[in-house]
Design a protein around this ligand. Structure first.
Ligand code: GAP
Length: 496
């Protein structure tokens, strides 16, 4: 079991992540990424782009602003419907999400409840303020968007975007033309989203500013579904764990009969990303189908991908796969008075959207938790080499007799190819410990033999095993290991 305090302490001490504005006492709902955290975040984004844009040559990346004009979010439905039920204590004034208080006090799932149901439940269970024991006022709907004034007079207003998706829908028409009207067309974007969460908590799990990586795929049902059906053939025998209602089962994707293949194909690809790229143990991930009451207002089919967190109390959503139908383009067509339908052999139609939505911060936390290990000897982080913030560290065994200078030369060679770190202070044991803790995949040590025969040792973070190789071979071997073309054990001259 990973202990949350220990992992958070490591993240702060070693430069991964911590609450923002720390020197002013911190601000709930905002987090900073330090030098290793930022590297990890960038690596995650790069691998996400490679994997999901790699699904089709018709999938591309775009960037759009963080602020949308009022009308955009009015049309999308967020102005009216993007709210949580808030309950406020009459005595101390503290505010809470109604469903969270009910869940914490009764263990009952309350995310689906509206404000009347939350009010009834609070009465029925005689719930009081967790901070002071006072009673609650009537629940209210609280819109989670941050409204901002645009320009000096503030006449026009806008919102910090609550999801990255809307900017993509606004660009559908232009990109469809620029990309020569091909469908299915995928437009991805990665960036910040903002929600004025009533009670931000649990580290990076519930933030007021967070990052999303989202891929919106536009298609016309009945015309383009065949493309996905053909792709689905390749992965229909993939086993996945799925929770529907109260039942959790391991099933083959192809055996799920009441969900269309175009949707199942994308479930499979999300699953594969987590097992193959992020290296998650399949036992720790599952899909959960959301009930009618729980689904976001725009979704027709909705499964969340959940990760089993030790540090956050069990299964929690990290991503969602949303079949949004034609809701968004239809709404923007109406709101902007601009035609967003496309011509098809069956006449003009508004494209539908399937959205792969990833919460980047939650993925990063899951990656850190999954990789964090401790035993009597050491703490170490086992992060897949392509994602690891540091891939290689180079040390001299001692700083004298030319070893320091030689280690710097080796560092210069390896740094051209890998994310490499040079470390010369402390004992060799301490340097291993420091690098194990932050997940440096391979430590290369320059010792007295290096001075005789130009060989170095390479040590693996996970097994602590070492191999001895020549400096000339080192780059090639590290490359094979980092690209996962070979495993460490495949190298025969294992030392210990
Ligand atoms: N475009 C669809 C959309 O925004 P969502 O389920 O509201 O759907 C997608 O959000 C993902 O964004 C979630 O699965 C979650 O990982 C992440 N997310 C949502 N709210 C968050 C918050 N307050 N803090 C951190 N991540 C959040």
């Amino acid at each position: 079991m990973t202990n949350r305090d220990e992992l958070e302490s490591m993240c702060k001490r070693r430069g991964f992540l911590w609450q923002s504005a720390e020197i002013y006492g911190g601000e709930a709902g905002f987090y900073d990424y330090g030098h290793l955290g930022a590297e990890l975040l960038d690596n995650w984004k790069r691998e996400w782009k490679k994997f999901f844009l790699g699904l089709s040559e018709d999938y591309h990346l775009i960037y759009t602003p963080n602020i949308h004009p009022y009308r955009v979010l009015e049309s999308s439905g967020h102005v009216d419907q993007f709210s949580d039920v808030m309950i406020r204590c009459d005595r101390c004034g503290s505010s809470f999400r109604g469903d969270h208080v009910i869940e914490a006090e009764t263990g009952e799932d309350a995310e689906w409840m509206d404000k009347d149901e939350i009010g009834d439940k609070i009465q029925e269970s005689a719930l009081s303020c967790p901070d002071c024991g006072g009673s609650f006022a009537q629940p209210e709907d609280f819109n989670m968007m941050f409204e901002v004034a645009l320009g000096p007079t503030g006449e026009r207003s806008g919102f910090l975007r609550p999801e990255t998706a809307q900017g993509v829908y606004l660009n559908f028409r232009r990109e469809f033309r620029a990309l020569r009207k091909k469908m299915p067309m995928g437009l991805a974007t990665i960036g910040s989203a903002f929600r004025n969460e009533i009670s931000p908590r649990q580290g990076v799990y519930r933030l007021r500013e967070f990052r999303q990586a989202e891929l919106q795929i536009f298609f016309i049902p009945g015309i383009h579904e065949e493309v996905f059906e053909n792709r689905f053939e390749e992965i229909k025998n993939m086993p996945v764990r799925i929770k529907r209602g109260d039942k959790t089962k391991e099933v083959l994707l192809g055996d799920i009969e009441d969900v269309p293949p175009f949707y199942l194909y994308h479930l499979g690809k999300m699953y594969e990303y987590h097992t193959d790229v992020m290296g998650f143990d399949p036992q720790r991930i599952r899909f959960r189908e959301l009930s009618e009451e729980e689904k976001a207002f725009y979704n027709k089919i909705h499964f969340d991908l959940e990760f089993k967190f030790d540090t956050l109390g069990g299964w929690k959503e990290i991503n969602g796969l949303h079949y949004r139908g034609d809701h968004d383009l239809k709404q923007h067509q109406k709101g902007s008075n601009t035609k967003l339908s496309v011509s098809t052999e069956e006449g003009r139609k508004i494209p539908h959207v399937i959205e792969l939505s990833f919460g980047v911060d939650r993925n990063i936390w899951a990656l850190l938790e999954d990789g964090y290990n401790s035993d009597d000897d050491r703490d170490w982080l086992d992060i897949p080499p392509k994602l690891a913030p540091r891939q290689v560290a180079v040390f001299p065994l001692v700083k004298k007799d030319g070893l320091l200078e030689r280690s710097r030369e080796v560092y210069e060679i390896l740094d051209d190819e890998f994310r490499t770190h040079w470390e010369k202070t402390g004992s060799i044991g301490k340097r291993y410990a420091r690098n194990d803790e932050v997940g440096t995949r391979y430590c290369v040590t320059i010792d007295y033999d290096t001075m005789d025969d130009d060989s170095v040792t390479i040590r693996d973070v996970e097994s602590k095993k070492q191999i001895r190789v020549s400096i000339d071979e080192a780059s090639g071997i590290l490359k094979e290991l980092i690209e996962c073309e070979k495993r460490f054990d495949d190298h025969s001259n294992t030392e210990g």
